[in-house]
Design a protein around this ligand. Structure first.
Ligand code: G1P
Length: 296
């Protein structure tokens, strides 16, 4: 086990994107606030942070995203109203959201890319390792994906990112990694990353292992991001900075246990909604029965 001087205490949640894949729902509403069953998308990522031992989250927002900040703030009027009505359970639920985690906010003033959004959090993160969670990806699994990546970081002393195998026709939606054959570490298979390409064509893709929106990175990534020129789509890509980090410092890919849903996409959102609703303790059984009746 490598001895690390710094533990992973912070997470950056980029939430400045315009959500164009989900228009018209996202015209006036942040895509991060779209509800999957009974929680906004971004709350799944925040709860994953909490379950992974993260103490501070930094949300990178942009114009029109105030609802995110309000959601994680205290809500004294609403709590008092619910208490007056004798709805203690709901009052407690609302209070818990405000107390989930210590959250800070910074803004990305121009949509210059995911890498640029992460770089906006540099001053708040400082020179320590941190997690990045893309709020439109919901990952289920126990332990949570971010915890699995922190474990790999603590074991190797190098960054780790979650990947999933995808169909070759889908590679152009993702960052794709080229890796060495897997090695076993602490009972899990990890892959040393040799190269990363942002949204390659099926012919160019070096593999079908896709970057899925969970990263645990050393503080040095900010130096790499500073030097990263605009890439795919004219944007500063996190993938391009990771490519240099992988070559110069080392980076691991981990196929995390559990499922992932790209809920920033309409089909992925519906899949997440249906599967999470089926597991709901309150109405999951009734929902499954209803789904079965549709097939008949
Ligand atoms: C981003 C990243 C990409 C990653 C994907 C996962 O792309 O740039 O490397 O594979 O998230 O969801 P986006 O979906 O924001 O275009």
């Amino acid at each position: 086990m490598t001895t690390l001087s710094k533990s992973v205490r912070k997470a950056v949640l980029p939430a400045a994107g315009l959500g164009t894949r989900f228009l018209p729902a996202t015209k006036a509403q942040p895509k991060e606030m779209l509800p999957v069953v009974d929680k906004p998308l971004i709350q799944y990522a925040v709860e994953e942070c909490v379950a992974s031992g993260i103490e501070n989250i930094i949300i990178v927002t942009g114009r029109g995203k105030n609802a995110i900040e309000d959601h994680f703030d205290a809500s004294p009027e609403l709590e008092a109203f619910l208490e007056r009505k004798g709805r203690q359970d709901q009052a407690e639920l609302v209070r818990q959201i405000g107390n989930l985690v210590r959250s800070s906010y910074t803004r990305q003033k121009e949509p210059l890319g995911l890498g640029h959004a992460v770089l906006e959090a540099r001053d708040m993160v400082g020179n320590e390792p941190f997690a990045v969670l893309l709020g439109d990806v919901i990952m289920t699994g126990e332990p949570p994906a971010t915890r699995q990546l922190i474990d790999v970081y603590e074991s190797t002393g190098e960054g780790a990112i979650a990947v999933v195998p995808v169909e070759r026709e889908q590679v152009s939606l993702y960052g794709i990694v080229a890796t060495d054959p897997p090695i076993e570490r602490d009972g899990r298979q990890i892959y040393r990353i040799r190269d990363l390409v942002e949204k390659p064509s099926p012919e160019e893709a070096p593999s079908t292992l896709a970057v899925v929106g969970r990263y645990v990175l050393p503080g040095e990534i900010f130096d790499y991001l500073e030097r990263t020129e605009p890439g795919r789509g004219g944007e500063i890509q996190l993938t391009d900075a990771l490519r240099q980090l992988a070559k110069e410092r080392g980076l691991w890919a981990v196929v995390c246990e559990g499922k992932s849903y790209d809920a920033g996409d309409k089909l992925g959102f519906l899949q997440a909604t249906v599967e999470i609703a089926m597991e709901n303790p309150e109405f999951g059984e009734a929902f499954r029965t209803w789904l079965r009746s549709l097939k008949a």
